[in-house]
Design a protein. Structure first.
Length: 124
DNA sequence: GGAGAGGCTTACT
DNA sequence: AAGTAAGCCTCTC
């Protein structure tokens, strides 16, 4: 394979796209999970997500990717966060006002959640 | 070429 | 329990 300018990013992006595309409907995963699966850092996954192209954002179920606490990233643009929440709810999942996914059983790969998710601390 | 930032995560205070 | 600090790697200016 030739070596593009951003070889690392290209590879990571491809991996992220591939993994995210594999997430079944009605399920979700975390940046950390994807990162672990592709042996990269969670930040890279998040970065790839933020730098997705129109085609990718339209094709990939990026909304099924949330932070380690199983909630929508608060740092994300309100518009995107709202879109993400809407899409998840459209798939039959319950998201509260804080953006926490209340369907813990919908977690695709629980790899990223090593720490106890504060399901009880969900701010309503 | 160096410095700052980025949709995170873990660990410690 | 909540908040703060550091860490990792890549991108953009």
């Amino acid at each position: 394979m030739p070596k593009p300018k951003s070889a690392a990013f290209a590879r990571i992006r491809a991996e992220v796209i591939r993994l995210v595309a594999l997430i079944p409907e009605g399920k979700f995963t975390t940046y950390g999970s994807i990162a672990v699966h592709m042996n990269v850092m969670a930040r890279h996954v998040a970065f790839v997500m933020s730098r997705l192209t129109e085609e990718e954002s339209a094709t990939l179920p990026w909304h099924r990717v949330v932070s380690a606490d199983a909630r929508i990233s608060p740092k994300m643009d309100p518009l995107l966060a709202e879109t993400q929440r809407a899409r998840l709810e459209a798939e039959g999942m319950s998201i509260n006002a804080a953006g926490f996914i209340q369907c813990d059983e919908a977690h695709f790969h629980s790899v990223g959640v090593r720490r106890s998710i504060r399901w009880s601390q969900q701010p309503d």
